[in-house]
Design a protein around this ligand. Structure first.
Ligand code: NDP
Length: 317
Protein backbone atom coordinates (compact mmCIF):
# COMPACT_ATOMS: atom_id res chain seq x y z
CA UNK A 1 0.00 0.00 0.00
CA UNK A 2 1.22 3.48 -0.83
CA UNK A 3 0.25 6.61 1.10
CA UNK A 4 -0.44 10.21 0.13
CA UNK A 5 -0.84 13.46 1.99
CA UNK A 6 -4.44 14.53 2.47
CA UNK A 7 -4.17 17.68 0.40
CA UNK A 8 -1.66 20.12 1.82
CA UNK A 9 -2.09 18.74 5.34
CA UNK A 10 0.49 16.61 7.12
CA UNK A 11 -1.97 13.69 7.42
CA UNK A 12 -1.08 10.62 5.39
CA UNK A 13 -3.90 8.44 4.06
CA UNK A 14 -3.77 5.09 2.31
CA UNK A 15 -4.31 5.31 -1.47
CA UNK A 16 -7.14 2.83 -1.04
CA UNK A 17 -9.50 3.59 1.86
CA UNK A 18 -12.38 1.39 3.03
CA UNK A 19 -15.88 2.83 3.52
CA UNK A 20 -18.96 1.13 4.96
CA UNK A 21 -21.97 2.83 3.30
CA UNK A 22 -24.79 0.34 2.49
CA UNK A 23 -22.76 -2.63 3.78
CA UNK A 24 -22.10 -2.49 7.55
CA UNK A 25 -25.31 -2.68 9.54
CA UNK A 26 -27.28 -3.29 6.34
CA UNK A 27 -26.33 -5.51 3.34
CA UNK A 28 -23.79 -7.70 5.21
CA UNK A 29 -23.88 -9.26 8.68
CA UNK A 30 -21.66 -8.05 11.52
CA UNK A 31 -19.21 -10.97 11.29
CA UNK A 32 -18.61 -10.33 7.57
CA UNK A 33 -18.24 -6.61 8.24
CA UNK A 34 -15.64 -7.26 10.92
CA UNK A 35 -13.83 -9.69 8.60
CA UNK A 36 -13.78 -6.96 5.92
CA UNK A 37 -12.25 -4.42 8.31
CA UNK A 38 -9.56 -6.91 9.30
CA UNK A 39 -8.93 -7.81 5.67
CA UNK A 40 -8.48 -4.09 5.00
CA UNK A 41 -6.00 -3.71 7.86
CA UNK A 42 -4.11 -6.83 6.74
CA UNK A 43 -3.95 -5.45 3.20
CA UNK A 44 -2.39 -2.19 4.39
CA UNK A 45 -5.48 0.03 4.34
CA UNK A 46 -5.26 2.53 7.19
CA UNK A 47 -8.04 4.96 6.24
CA UNK A 48 -11.66 4.15 7.14
CA UNK A 49 -14.66 6.23 6.13
CA UNK A 50 -18.17 6.17 7.57
CA UNK A 51 -20.98 8.59 8.46
CA UNK A 52 -23.37 9.16 11.36
CA UNK A 53 -26.31 8.45 9.05
CA UNK A 54 -25.17 5.16 7.45
CA UNK A 55 -27.55 2.29 8.27
CA UNK A 56 -29.35 4.52 10.75
CA UNK A 57 -26.13 4.94 12.82
CA UNK A 58 -25.44 1.17 12.93
CA UNK A 59 -22.54 1.44 10.47
CA UNK A 60 -20.48 3.49 12.93
CA UNK A 61 -21.27 0.99 15.69
CA UNK A 62 -20.08 -1.95 13.58
CA UNK A 63 -16.90 -0.12 12.56
CA UNK A 64 -16.22 0.88 16.17
CA UNK A 65 -16.60 -2.76 17.23
CA UNK A 66 -14.37 -3.98 14.40
CA UNK A 67 -11.59 -1.52 15.25
CA UNK A 68 -11.77 -2.07 19.04
CA UNK A 69 -8.38 -3.23 20.26
CA UNK A 70 -6.54 -2.07 17.13
CA UNK A 71 -3.79 0.44 18.01
CA UNK A 72 -5.51 3.81 17.53
CA UNK A 73 -2.42 5.46 16.03
CA UNK A 74 -2.29 2.83 13.26
CA UNK A 75 -5.39 3.98 11.36
CA UNK A 76 -7.23 7.15 10.32
CA UNK A 77 -10.92 7.41 11.06
CA UNK A 78 -13.18 9.68 9.02
CA UNK A 79 -16.86 10.28 9.58
CA UNK A 80 -19.47 12.87 8.59
CA UNK A 81 -22.36 14.99 9.76
CA UNK A 82 -25.33 16.61 7.98
CA UNK A 83 -28.09 14.14 6.99
CA UNK A 84 -30.91 13.52 9.52
CA UNK A 85 -30.12 11.08 12.33
CA UNK A 86 -33.37 11.60 14.23
CA UNK A 87 -36.86 13.08 13.93
CA UNK A 88 -36.17 16.47 15.52
CA UNK A 89 -35.51 19.76 13.70
CA UNK A 90 -32.00 19.85 15.21
CA UNK A 91 -31.14 16.26 14.33
CA UNK A 92 -29.79 17.37 10.96
CA UNK A 93 -27.76 20.02 9.18
CA UNK A 94 -24.65 21.96 10.14
CA UNK A 95 -25.83 24.07 13.07
CA UNK A 96 -23.45 24.37 16.02
CA UNK A 97 -25.91 22.28 18.07
CA UNK A 98 -26.10 19.38 15.63
CA UNK A 99 -22.40 19.34 14.78
CA UNK A 100 -21.33 19.17 18.43
CA UNK A 101 -24.00 16.62 19.41
CA UNK A 102 -23.44 14.45 16.37
CA UNK A 103 -19.68 14.47 16.92
CA UNK A 104 -20.14 13.26 20.49
CA UNK A 105 -22.52 10.51 19.32
CA UNK A 106 -20.07 9.41 16.60
CA UNK A 107 -17.20 9.27 19.10
CA UNK A 108 -19.31 7.04 21.35
CA UNK A 109 -20.34 4.70 18.54
CA UNK A 110 -16.83 4.53 17.12
CA UNK A 111 -15.37 3.93 20.62
CA UNK A 112 -12.71 6.59 20.29
CA UNK A 113 -11.72 9.95 21.81
CA UNK A 114 -11.05 11.69 18.51
CA UNK A 115 -11.78 11.62 14.79
CA UNK A 116 -8.92 12.06 12.35
CA UNK A 117 -11.21 13.64 9.76
CA UNK A 118 -14.66 15.14 10.36
CA UNK A 119 -16.56 15.99 7.20
CA UNK A 120 -19.61 18.09 6.40
CA UNK A 121 -21.57 15.51 4.38
CA UNK A 122 -23.29 18.25 2.32
CA UNK A 123 -23.56 22.06 2.39
CA UNK A 124 -26.27 23.48 4.67
CA UNK A 125 -27.98 26.44 3.02
CA UNK A 126 -29.97 27.16 6.21
CA UNK A 127 -27.01 27.73 8.55
CA UNK A 128 -24.53 30.62 8.32
CA UNK A 129 -21.19 29.25 7.13
CA UNK A 130 -19.40 31.13 9.95
CA UNK A 131 -21.43 29.18 12.54
CA UNK A 132 -20.55 25.84 10.94
CA UNK A 133 -16.85 26.63 10.60
CA UNK A 134 -16.60 27.93 14.16
CA UNK A 135 -18.23 24.74 15.49
CA UNK A 136 -15.73 22.59 13.56
CA UNK A 137 -12.88 24.81 14.75
CA UNK A 138 -14.01 24.39 18.38
CA UNK A 139 -13.91 20.61 17.97
CA UNK A 140 -10.39 20.86 16.58
CA UNK A 141 -9.28 23.06 19.50
CA UNK A 142 -10.83 20.57 21.94
CA UNK A 143 -8.81 17.76 20.34
CA UNK A 144 -11.96 15.82 19.37
CA UNK A 145 -11.31 16.34 15.66
CA UNK A 146 -7.88 16.55 14.02
CA UNK A 147 -8.80 17.65 10.47
CA UNK A 148 -11.93 19.04 8.86
CA UNK A 149 -13.26 18.24 5.39
CA UNK A 150 -16.39 18.57 3.29
CA UNK A 151 -18.25 16.31 0.89
CA UNK A 152 -19.86 17.27 -2.42
CA UNK A 153 -19.62 21.02 -1.81
CA UNK A 154 -19.34 23.22 -4.88
CA UNK A 155 -16.11 25.02 -5.71
CA UNK A 156 -17.79 28.30 -4.72
CA UNK A 157 -18.84 26.94 -1.33
CA UNK A 158 -15.35 25.60 -0.64
CA UNK A 159 -13.78 28.91 -1.69
CA UNK A 160 -16.15 30.80 0.66
CA UNK A 161 -15.23 28.49 3.53
CA UNK A 162 -11.50 28.99 2.94
CA UNK A 163 -11.88 32.77 2.83
CA UNK A 164 -13.90 32.84 6.07
CA UNK A 165 -11.46 30.50 7.80
CA UNK A 166 -8.53 32.70 6.80
CA UNK A 167 -10.33 35.90 7.89
CA UNK A 168 -11.48 34.45 11.23
CA UNK A 169 -8.38 32.38 12.02
CA UNK A 170 -10.37 29.09 11.92
CA UNK A 171 -8.83 25.78 11.02
CA UNK A 172 -8.90 25.33 7.23
CA UNK A 173 -10.74 22.61 5.36
CA UNK A 174 -8.15 20.08 4.16
CA UNK A 175 -10.26 17.72 2.04
CA UNK A 176 -13.31 17.23 -0.13
CA UNK A 177 -15.15 13.93 -0.64
CA UNK A 178 -16.77 13.91 -4.08
CA UNK A 179 -17.91 11.08 -6.32
CA UNK A 180 -15.18 10.40 -8.90
CA UNK A 181 -14.78 7.49 -11.28
CA UNK A 182 -14.34 6.78 -14.99
CA UNK A 183 -18.08 7.33 -15.53
CA UNK A 184 -18.48 10.44 -13.34
CA UNK A 185 -15.88 13.17 -13.84
CA UNK A 186 -17.79 16.26 -12.69
CA UNK A 187 -15.02 17.48 -10.32
CA UNK A 188 -12.58 17.96 -13.21
CA UNK A 189 -14.31 21.20 -14.31
CA UNK A 190 -14.21 23.39 -11.18
CA UNK A 191 -13.31 21.42 -8.05
CA UNK A 192 -9.92 20.11 -9.17
CA UNK A 193 -8.55 23.51 -10.31
CA UNK A 194 -9.55 24.97 -6.92
CA UNK A 195 -8.14 21.95 -5.09
CA UNK A 196 -4.81 22.42 -6.86
CA UNK A 197 -4.61 26.11 -6.00
CA UNK A 198 -5.71 25.68 -2.37
CA UNK A 199 -4.19 22.29 -1.54
CA UNK A 200 -7.51 20.52 -0.86
CA UNK A 201 -7.15 16.72 -1.02
CA UNK A 202 -9.82 14.71 -2.81
CA UNK A 203 -10.82 11.56 -0.94
CA UNK A 204 -13.14 10.21 -3.61
CA UNK A 205 -16.15 7.94 -3.24
CA UNK A 206 -17.65 5.20 -5.45
CA UNK A 207 -14.44 4.81 -7.50
CA UNK A 208 -15.92 1.60 -8.95
CA UNK A 209 -19.27 3.28 -9.69
CA UNK A 210 -20.70 1.01 -6.96
CA UNK A 211 -19.27 -2.10 -8.63
CA UNK A 212 -20.32 -1.33 -12.22
CA UNK A 213 -16.70 -0.70 -13.28
CA UNK A 214 -15.69 -4.22 -12.21
CA UNK A 215 -17.55 -5.32 -15.35
CA UNK A 216 -19.73 -7.78 -13.44
CA UNK A 217 -22.98 -6.29 -14.71
CA UNK A 218 -23.46 -7.31 -18.35
CA UNK A 219 -25.97 -5.56 -20.63
CA UNK A 220 -29.22 -7.49 -20.99
CA UNK A 221 -28.26 -9.93 -18.21
CA UNK A 222 -29.70 -10.20 -14.68
CA UNK A 223 -27.32 -8.90 -11.99
CA UNK A 224 -25.14 -11.49 -10.24
CA UNK A 225 -26.79 -12.91 -7.09
CA UNK A 226 -25.66 -11.16 -3.89
CA UNK A 227 -24.46 -8.05 -5.73
CA UNK A 228 -25.50 -4.49 -4.77
CA UNK A 229 -27.99 -4.46 -7.62
CA UNK A 230 -29.92 -7.22 -5.82
CA UNK A 231 -29.68 -5.63 -2.35
CA UNK A 232 -33.22 -4.69 -1.36
CA UNK A 233 -32.00 -2.92 1.81
CA UNK A 234 -31.09 0.16 -0.24
CA UNK A 235 -28.19 -0.71 -2.52
CA UNK A 236 -30.38 -1.66 -5.48
CA UNK A 237 -31.94 1.80 -5.53
CA UNK A 238 -28.62 3.64 -5.43
CA UNK A 239 -26.91 1.60 -8.15
CA UNK A 240 -29.90 1.61 -10.51
CA UNK A 241 -28.80 4.86 -12.20
CA UNK A 242 -25.80 3.02 -13.71
CA UNK A 243 -27.61 -0.13 -14.82
CA UNK A 244 -28.45 1.01 -18.35
CA UNK A 245 -27.45 -1.07 -21.35
CA UNK A 246 -25.58 1.81 -23.03
CA UNK A 247 -23.44 2.37 -19.91
CA UNK A 248 -22.85 -1.34 -19.32
CA UNK A 249 -21.87 -1.87 -22.98
CA UNK A 250 -19.25 0.86 -22.81
CA UNK A 251 -17.86 -0.63 -19.61
CA UNK A 252 -17.53 -4.03 -21.32
CA UNK A 253 -15.47 -2.36 -24.06
CA UNK A 254 -12.83 -1.59 -21.39
CA UNK A 255 -12.26 -5.29 -20.84
CA UNK A 256 -9.64 -5.81 -23.61
CA UNK A 257 -7.77 -2.68 -22.48
CA UNK A 258 -7.56 -4.03 -18.94
CA UNK A 259 -6.38 -7.39 -20.26
CA UNK A 260 -3.70 -5.75 -22.44
CA UNK A 261 -2.41 -3.86 -19.40
CA UNK A 262 -2.41 -7.10 -17.41
CA UNK A 263 -4.99 -5.78 -14.95
CA UNK A 264 -8.45 -6.85 -13.90
CA UNK A 265 -11.29 -4.36 -14.43
CA UNK A 266 -11.50 -3.24 -10.79
CA UNK A 267 -7.76 -2.56 -10.67
CA UNK A 268 -7.95 -0.57 -13.90
CA UNK A 269 -10.81 1.57 -12.56
CA UNK A 270 -9.13 2.24 -9.21
CA UNK A 271 -5.72 2.91 -10.77
CA UNK A 272 -7.41 5.35 -13.18
CA UNK A 273 -8.74 7.40 -10.26
CA UNK A 274 -5.34 7.35 -8.54
CA UNK A 275 -3.48 8.63 -11.63
CA UNK A 276 -4.66 12.08 -10.61
CA UNK A 277 -2.22 13.53 -8.03
CA UNK A 278 -5.03 15.68 -6.57
CA UNK A 279 -6.76 12.47 -5.48
CA UNK A 280 -5.40 11.58 -2.04
CA UNK A 281 -7.36 8.36 -1.65
CA UNK A 282 -10.04 6.25 -3.35
CA UNK A 283 -12.67 4.98 -0.89
CA UNK A 284 -13.82 1.53 -1.91
CA UNK A 285 -16.76 -0.38 -0.54
CA UNK A 286 -16.71 -4.17 -0.21
CA UNK A 287 -19.26 -6.81 0.66
CA UNK A 288 -16.61 -9.54 1.06
CA UNK A 289 -12.98 -9.63 2.27
CA UNK A 290 -11.84 -11.05 -1.12
CA UNK A 291 -12.92 -7.82 -2.85
CA UNK A 292 -10.61 -5.85 -0.57
CA UNK A 293 -7.66 -8.13 -1.28
CA UNK A 294 -8.34 -7.75 -5.01
CA UNK A 295 -8.79 -3.97 -4.95
CA UNK A 296 -5.67 -3.01 -3.00
CA UNK A 297 -3.61 -4.20 -5.98
CA UNK A 298 -4.43 -0.85 -7.62
CA UNK A 299 -2.17 1.08 -5.22
CA UNK A 300 1.02 2.12 -6.98
CA UNK A 301 -0.11 1.03 -10.49
CA UNK A 302 0.93 3.46 -13.26
CA UNK A 303 -1.21 3.65 -16.41
CA UNK A 304 0.34 4.58 -19.79
CA UNK A 305 -0.83 7.81 -21.47
CA UNK A 306 -1.94 5.85 -24.53
CA UNK A 307 -4.15 3.63 -22.37
CA UNK A 308 -5.73 6.67 -20.68
CA UNK A 309 -6.47 8.19 -24.11
CA UNK A 310 -8.13 4.97 -25.31
CA UNK A 311 -10.28 4.88 -22.15
CA UNK A 312 -11.40 8.46 -22.93
CA UNK A 313 -12.29 7.43 -26.48
CA UNK A 314 -14.53 4.63 -25.22
CA UNK A 315 -16.18 6.55 -22.41
CA UNK A 316 -16.34 9.90 -24.22
CA UNK A 317 -16.22 12.13 -21.10
P1 NDP B 1 -17.38 1.39 -4.84
O1 NDP B 1 -17.57 2.13 -6.12
O2 NDP B 1 -16.02 0.91 -4.48
O3 NDP B 1 -18.41 0.17 -4.84
C1 NDP B 1 -18.29 -0.82 -3.84
C2 NDP B 1 -19.10 -2.06 -4.18
O4 NDP B 1 -18.69 -2.63 -5.42
C3 NDP B 1 -18.88 -3.13 -3.14
O5 NDP B 1 -19.66 -2.94 -1.99
C4 NDP B 1 -19.20 -4.39 -3.92
O6 NDP B 1 -20.62 -4.50 -3.98
C5 NDP B 1 -18.64 -4.06 -5.30
N1 NDP B 1 -17.22 -4.45 -5.44
C6 NDP B 1 -16.13 -3.89 -4.85
N2 NDP B 1 -15.00 -4.49 -5.25
C7 NDP B 1 -15.36 -5.46 -6.11
C8 NDP B 1 -14.62 -6.41 -6.85
N3 NDP B 1 -13.29 -6.49 -6.79
N4 NDP B 1 -15.30 -7.27 -7.66
C9 NDP B 1 -16.66 -7.21 -7.73
N5 NDP B 1 -17.42 -6.33 -7.04
C10 NDP B 1 -16.77 -5.44 -6.23
O7 NDP B 1 -17.78 2.33 -3.64
P2 NDP B 1 -19.13 2.64 -2.81
O8 NDP B 1 -20.18 3.14 -3.72
O9 NDP B 1 -19.42 1.48 -1.93
O10 NDP B 1 -18.62 3.84 -1.92
C11 NDP B 1 -17.43 3.65 -1.12
C12 NDP B 1 -17.45 4.53 0.07
O11 NDP B 1 -17.48 5.90 -0.31
C13 NDP B 1 -18.67 4.38 0.97
O12 NDP B 1 -18.59 3.26 1.82
C14 NDP B 1 -18.60 5.67 1.75
O13 NDP B 1 -17.60 5.58 2.74
C15 NDP B 1 -18.18 6.66 0.67
N6 NDP B 1 -19.36 7.32 0.05
C16 NDP B 1 -19.55 8.63 0.36
C17 NDP B 1 -20.61 9.33 -0.15
C18 NDP B 1 -20.76 10.77 0.21
O14 NDP B 1 -21.82 11.37 -0.05
N7 NDP B 1 -19.75 11.39 0.79
C19 NDP B 1 -21.61 8.69 -1.02
C20 NDP B 1 -21.30 7.32 -1.34
C21 NDP B 1 -20.21 6.67 -0.81
P3 NDP B 1 -21.40 -5.91 -4.15
O15 NDP B 1 -20.47 -7.02 -3.81
O16 NDP B 1 -22.55 -5.78 -3.23
O17 NDP B 1 -21.86 -5.91 -5.58
Amino acid sequence: MEFRHLGRSGLMVSEIAYGNWLTHGAQIDADTAIACVHAALDAGITTFDTADVYAGTRAEEVLGKALAGVRRESYELATKVFWPTGPGPNDRGLSRKHIIESCHASLRRLRTDYLDLYQAHRYDVETPLEETLRAFDDLVRQGKVLYVGVSEWTAGQIADALRIADDMGFDRIVSNQPQYNMLWRVIEAEILPLAKKEGIGQIVFSPLAQGVLTGKYAPGQPPPPGSRATDEKGGATFISRWLRDDVLSRVQRLRPLAAEAGLDMATLALAWVLQNPLVSSAIIGASRPEQIHANVKASGVKLEKDLLARIDEILDP
